[in-house]
Ligand binder design. Structure first.
Ligand SMILES: Cc1cc2nc3c(=O)[nH]c(=O)nc-3n(C[C@H](O)[C@H](O)[C@H](O)COP(=O)(O)OP(=O)(O)OC[C@H]3O[C@@H](n4cnc5c(N)ncnc54)[C@H](O)[C@@H]3O)c2cc1C
Length: 418
């Protein structure tokens, strides 16, 4: 075999009459060390054991924080490689957040978060992240416009806060809120007004504001730069590029929220005195819905069962008293204990609930993939070392069959006593 003979000759270099043998392991060591280093640093360019440079496509996505389709992927668990404000918190806990004060900004960006019940959703935080991207480095500042007091807006990225907490704006009052935003913005003449493009509030109010300002808003914007807004449309099959409109309706995960290492001033501005406009809308309150009919992907609160659940009556009773949508692992759906559309996970539904309550679920990778975007996870499991327990923000090492009825009783007492 001519090839093998040539290779053997190259290995044997005669020195002082003796052949010098190459040690392949020693040759690989620098490559191995570099490979270990690149793996440890999470670098996208790895060095293989042979010393050759290799590109890790997953690390590229992690670093850019974007999927192959260009959408940002934000892991809200705070455990994975993508940046999240929670992870930032643990890194910078000692130094404390840097307080950013902007006295005389060159321009304003207005953000109107949904801020339901005075709480910022992850979508709201993403919109603040996009606003900061526009203002930072260009001497701009961000004003939050809200209609009730609540969670700290400085930590989300607001330099100023304009709060209209008049009873006239309470409940479902999109026309009055839109009028207040336009009046509030008139004094500031903001460069852009950003809304989360949600059905609950932002999408509706933002379109009303755009109509009042005679603006043609960019909707479902998933990427925003000073000179370009990219909207996704046609069932996620097409991107539309345009110069950013004045009113921008932002998609979830349009930008990373600001890290916990920074905090803005959130200085209160005096809201202009405005007469609440006449309204043709009567708020008749919210209609109670059957949580079981809410699609898993849209549910805010999901209670989920795995192979560790045997008392299904207790599970359904707890779901009802909590008003939570039911989900389950593949094992229970395969067994016909829950319908297939209730399966959470890679081959089921990817959910983005604010709270995920997992009873007797081990936390297999395929299941965990389905809850990456959940904000808070509570695990109930008899196994302290279960992956779901590690993933949980709060975990109880208990028998699910004991916890479910106990929780139901507690809630019934609370609701009955209220
Ligand atoms: C291609 C592929 C795709 C898949 N897609 C999905 C998917 O989309 N979704 C999905 O869920 N799975 C999926 N799976 C299956 C997945 O790998 C796991 O097998 C499955 O998630 C395990 O379900 P489980 O955690 O309910 O059951 P088990 O793995 O049996 O875990 C049961 C858990 O319950 C705990 N437990 C037991 N008794 C009690 C008790 N009395 N009280 C409290 N805890 C108790 C145990 O400690 C254990 O952690 C997929 C698998 C493959 C191969």
């Amino acid at each position: 075999m001519p090839l093998r003979r040539r290779a053997r000759r190259a290995l044997q270099t005669p020195v002082a009459g003796r052949p010098l043998r190459r040690d392949p392991r020693a040759e690989r060591e620098p490559g191995l060390a570099a490979a270990a280093h690149s793996a440890a640093t999470g670098s996208a360019i790895n060095v293989g054991p042979s010393g050759r440079l290799r590109r890790d496509p997953r690390a590229v996505v992690r670093q850019a924080g974007r999927s192959a389709t260009g959408r940002l992927r934000i892991d809200r668990s705070g455990r994975a490689g993508t940046v999240s404000h929670d992870r930032g918190a643990s890194e910078h806990v000692d130094a404390g957040p840097e307080l950013i004060c902007i006295e005389a900004p060159a321009f304003w960006i207005v953000v109107v978060p949904d801020y339901e019940g005075g709480r910022l959703s992850s979508h709201d935080r993403d919109v603040f992240g996009a606003a900061r991207k526009l203002s930072d480095g260009a001497e701009g500042a961000v004003v939050a416009v809200v209609f009730e007091a609540g969670e700290d807006l400085g930590a989300a990225g607001a330099d100023r806060v304009l709060c209209f907490d008049d009873a006239a704006f309470a409940g479902y009052a999109p026309d009055r809120r839109a009028a207040a935003i336009v009046a509030g913005a008139a004094a500031l003449t903001p460069r852009h007004l950003l809304f989360p493009d949600t059905a609950v509030a932002g999408g509706d109010i933002g379109r009303r504001v755009a109509a009042m300002l005679a603006d043609s808003p960019a909707a479902n914007v998933h990427r925003l730069r000073a000179d370009e807004a990219v909207s996704r449309a046609d069932g996620d099959r097409a991107d539309y590029l345009r110069a950013p409109s004045r009113v921008l309706l932002m998609a979830a995960e349009c930008e990373l929220p600001i890290g916990a290492d920074r905090c803005c001033e959130a200085r209160r501005l005096e809201p202009p005195a405005i007469e609440p406009s006449r309204t043709t809308i009567t708020d008749r309150g919210l209609l109670p819905t059957n949580p079981g009919s809410v699609p898993l992907a849209e549910a805010d609160f999901v209670i989920s069962a795995g192979n560790g659940v045997t008392d299904w009556t207790a599970f359904h009773a707890l779901a009802e008293v909590l008003g939570a949508a039911e989900g389950g692992s593949r094992v229970v759906c395969d067994a016909g204990l829950l319908p297939r559309e209730r399966q959470v996970g890679a081959s089921g539904t990817l959910i983005q609930a604010r709270c995920y309550l997992a009873f007797g679920i081990s936390g297999a990778p395929q299941h965990l993939q389905g809850i990456v975007r959940c904000e808070k996870v509570v695990a109930i499991n008899t196994d302290l070392h279960a992956e779901m327990v590690k993933r949980g923000d709060l975990s109880a090492i208990k028998d699910a069959q004991a916890v479910m009825p106990a929780l139901t009783r507690l809630l019934e007492v609370r609701v009955g006593g209220a």
